[in-house]
Unconditional design. Structure first.
Length: 623
């Protein structure tokens, strides 16, 4: 592919934009106090009445991070380390939340659990997602198995895809071109290309949305070694969502999607610094269809979220494999609201998971659950629930949560104290039981107990700060030795998180977070003990926005597979810069990103390539 010099385009892009003089309404402070969260209870509750520090990534925040991936955005939040998000585009992604791992993080897309039964940790591969198709994200940290079931032990990432415009026809076009280079090879050639187009609207009672996106990234080798070949990454995303409102009380939404990516990979075993130019590659394709009917009645609603997912993966190498997996998930639940004080939800979640190894293997979950929320008029709030996991291979396991909080009015805001105790259940995945490498059909399920406690202070003047302590105990942790096995001792992880949001100056916002994570027993690879993020954003006017973002990642342990010994990786700091300007009645937006502004030389994963300073330019057109 012919290279394009992006540095010149960057200068041209900045020369096209100027600062307008419009004034922006100062609504940020009110919105911060009135912020509504959903995922921790499935009801729309003010943050003041929630017993969790739910992370909410809004539509506006996503729009102000165009040009980035979903993993890069999530990785800026407290308690979360998305390992691989700073490396080559096709690098394997590992989501470590509060010292946990992939199998303890559950991903929901439009209310339905989504995972890959053929993967070792049963996780959903976030590399399949295009951030430009997402409306908002909520992240619950801590055990949430009562509402969401198996695997929701350290976090639930609840993704809502974009909704149709209320206009009869609306369209959006996005294109981004950028570099893809290391710290010691700053050539500023165009090596990263992203495009997304969407058409959507509302015709009387009918809504529709169709989108297509593609990404191609070239220029880097996955392995950090001399004379290594380039490992390109390409992805395609196609989405269709249709809805019909039969009446004010009954509507149906149906959707279908096809997501596929291919990435070249370096040979196995992992980094030994002597890679050869092999045609190794990894291909993943996901087909998904779903339907969501909803009936609303006085003080309540009944809803069904159902989806079928088909996943095909292929690893092309001397140790290659072909994996086929499919799943059927149905979540039916009834919500009822007693006078805005007492909220209840009762539901049944069913999942049927299959994967092809030497033979087709499968298991099912059939889980009834109940959750109640009490919001008093004197500051006491309570979120509690229970779930009975009925696993076809492991029988029944009872999980529960108890999450009280108490808030008082302070200086036109509130101060809140909150805590929780929750249990979770994680069954071994099909790959661990019957897969091609290290399978052990005698594995026992993993069980977790999580304790949390914290404080939050929030005011209308534009200041919010919260602090939280967490402690998690893991029994029967699944580890890998010569094969998968249960650990003979419990694993204990504890730590604390601090978050602050400051909007005291008009049009200027500051957000920071710090996480301390300590493994009290054992070792967790690639999990930093200390991690901090800070963001400074400024609206010069209604049309022009800029932000400066900082991230510190502390030292952590990784394995050197050339010697099969553990090594300590140095800490590092990264600074990113973002700028956007809107034109033609805000229908056209130009934006630019500079990541790793100071071109820090660091290792994210031992033996693999990390990105240096990179620049991207984008154009977003909305009609």
């Amino acid at each position: 592919m012919k290279k394009t010099n992006v540095f010149g385009l960057l200068c041209l892009g900045f020369s096209m934009v100027g600062f307008a003089q419009e004034k922006q309404a100062d609504s940020t402070k009110v919105e911060q106090l009135e912020e509504v969260v959903v995922s921790d209870s499935r009801f729309k509750l003010k943050r003041e009445n929630s017993g969790k520090t739910v992370i909410k990534i809004s539509k506006q925040e996503i729009e102000r991070n165009q040009g980035r991936s979903i993993t890069e955005l999530i990785n800026t939040k407290s308690g979360i380390e998305v390992n691989g998000s700073r490396s080559v585009a096709g690098q394997n992604i590992s989501s470590f939340v509060r010292g946990g791992n992939n199998r303890q993080v559950l991903v929901l897309v439009d209310g339905v659990q989504i995972n890959d039964p053929s993967l070792v940790s049963n996780e959903f591969d976030l590399r399949l997602m295009d951030l430009n198709t997402i409306e908002s994200i909520e992240i619950i940290k801590g055990a949430a198995s009562t509402l969401y079931g198996n695997a929701a032990a350290t976090a639930v990432i609840n993704i809502s895809t974009k909704k149709a415009s209320k206009d009869e026809i609306s369209g959006s076009f996005l294109t981004v071109i950028g570099t893809n280079q290391t710290q010691d090879d700053l050539n500023y050639n165009g090596s990263s290309f992203t495009n997304n187009v969407s058409i959507n609207g509302t015709l009387n009672k009918f809504t529709y949305l169709a989108s297509f996106g593609n990404t191609f990234v070239d220029g880097l080798s996955a392995a950090k070694s001399e004379n290594a070949e380039k490992d390109p990454f390409s992805r395609y995303n196609t989405n269709l969502k249709l809805g019909y409102m039969f009446s004010n009380n009954f509507e149906i939404i149906a959707y279908a999607s096809l997501d596929k990516f291919k990435t070249d990979i370096d040979g196995f075993p992992p980094p030994n610094f002597t890679f050869s130019d092999t045609p190794d590659a990894f291909i993943s394709k996901q087909k998904r269809v779903g339907i969501s009917p909803k009936l609303t009645y006085n003080n309540g609603s009944f809803q069904i979220n159902a989806a079928y997912t088909k996943i095909d993966r292929e690893t092309i190498s001397d140790f290659g494999s072909i994996n086929e997996a499919d799943s059927y998930v149905i979540d039916a639940f009834n919500k009822y609201n007693f006078n805005n004080t007492f909220y209840t939800i009762i539901g049944l979640n069913y999942g049927d998971y299959k994967s092809l190894f030497a033979d087709e293997e499968s298991f099912t979950n059939t889980d009834p659950y109940l959750n109640v929320v009490y919001v008093s008029d004197f500051g006491l709030n309570l979120n509690a629930g229970a779930r009975l996991n009925n696993h076809s291979e492991y029988g029944s396991h009872f999980v529960y949560n108890f999450n009280p909080s108490y808030s008082i009015s302070v200086n036109e805001g509130y101060a809140k104290v909150f805590g929780s105790y929750a249990t979770s259940f994680i069954a071994p995945n099909l790959s661990q039981l019957f897969g091609f490498f290290g399978a052990n059909p005698d594995l026992e399920p993993e069980e977790n107990q999580t304790i949390e406690g914290g404080l939050e202070y929030n005011t209308k003047k534009g200041f919010r700060v919260s602090g939280l302590y967490f402690n998690r105990n893991e029994e029967n942790t699944i580890i890998f030795g010569s094969a998968y096995e249960n650990a003979t001792t419990d694993a204990k992880v504890h730590g604390f998180e601090i978050e602050a949001q400051v909007d005291l100056v008009k049009n200027l916002s500051i957000s920071t977070n710090y996480t301390f994570t300590e493994v009290k027993d054992g070792v967790r690879l690639r999990v930093p003990k200390h991690k901090a993020n800070a963001s400074l954003g400024y609206d010069f006017c209604k049309s022009t926005f800029a932000s400066l973002n900082y991230q510190f990642v502390g030292s952590r342990t990784d394995t050197n597979f050339s010697t099969f010994t553990n090594e300590e990786l140095d800490s590092y700091s990264l600074i990113d810069l973002y700028f956007s300007h809107k034109l033609i009645k805000n229908k056209v937006k130009l934006f630019a990103n500079i990541t790793n502004l100071l071109n820090e030389d660091y290792l994210e994963i031992l033996g693999y390539t990390s990105r240096g300073r990179n620049v991207s330019l984008g154009l977003n057109l909305n009609l």
